[in-house]
Ligand binder design. Structure first.
Ligand SMILES: NC(=O)c1ccc[n+]([C@@H]2O[C@H](COP(=O)([O-])OP(=O)(O)OC[C@H]3O[C@@H](n4cnc5c(N)ncnc54)[C@H](OP(=O)(O)O)[C@@H]3O)[C@@H](O)[C@H]2O)c1
Length: 214
């Protein structure tokens, strides 16, 4: 399916997993005017999202089928099972918002350079793009903190990046397109830095990265 970006910039987005990350992204995307399907295993857990305009709660497979951009907001350990439940994702943009976290540090998935590589192997034909993983979930619905746009790096397959950059910009983030799948490591390392500062250095969760320009 081709990317359905209309003249107004509205996209058809599915968010798989209405947990902390997923529910914030749903709120942000809906407010920005995108049509959002929420992929929930248990619709009751997404009940507060059903009241939002342009939001529909479906089973994960139905939510993905109705969208051009599919955001994976599930734990890394659940990715294989979640992807199996989404059916054929070829032609879609698949956003990897995950971090392979354990004990307040970001790990790798054994045998893969990045989590996105692990996802791409299980989603043939999808364009996999890493994004929305470098800041705490509390700040995902609105990409600004204290009136400043939060820096959000994005990297992944060429066919999907423009749509994901546009989605992130519609939330207010200061987005950097880092390039292809070989740059995903940099995005995962940015998350490692955020998590290290938040939990090892005691900064807490109330911060995001920013870029200074003259
Ligand atoms: N929390 C953060 O601040 C943050 C920030 C950036 C990135 N991340 C990353 O984002 C991802 C999600 O984190 P989270 O904090 O939002 O976790 P969470 O609150 O635990 O939510 C996880 C969601 O995934 C769903 N899920 C689990 N297994 C599934 C499956 N097999 N099929 C479909 N859905 C499934 C869960 O549904 P059920 O309720 O039915 O189990 C739940 O809605 C993780 O990879 C995390 O590392 C987190």
């Amino acid at each position: 399916m081709a990317n359905d970006t209309t003249a107004t910039g509205s996209q058809r987005v599915a968010v798989i997993g209405p947990g902390k990350v997923g529910s914030q992204l749903v709120r942000g995307f809906a407010r920005a005017g995108h049509h959002v399907t929420v992929g929930a295993r248990d619709a009751a857990k997404a009940s507060e999202l059903t009241a939002l305009a342009r939001v529909e709660v479906l089973d994960p497979g139905g939510a993905a089928a109705a969208a051009d951009v599919v955001v994976l907001a599930v734990p890394v350990r659940a990715l294989a099972e979640a992807l199996e439940g989404l059916g054929d994702l070829s032609g879609k943009v698949l956003v990897d918002a995950t971090n392979a976290v354990s004990d307040a540090c970001v790990l790798a998935v054994e045998g893969y350079e990045t989590v996105s590589d692990y996802i791409a192997e299980r989603a043939p034909g999808a364009a996999v793009v890493k994004a929305f993983n470098t800041i705490g979930s509390e700040h995902l619905a609105d990409g600004t903190i204290g009136g400043h746009a939060v820096f959000l790096p994005v990297a992944g397959d060429d066919r999907g990046r423009a749509a994901v950059v546009a989605l992130a910009e519609s939330l207010g983030f200061d987005v950097a397109d880092l390039g292809g799948r070989d740059a995903v490591t940099i995005v995962e390392n940015a998350a490692r830095l955020w998590i290290h500062l938040a939990f090892r250095c005691g900064w807490g969760r109330e911060f995001g990265f920013g870029v200074l320009r003259p």
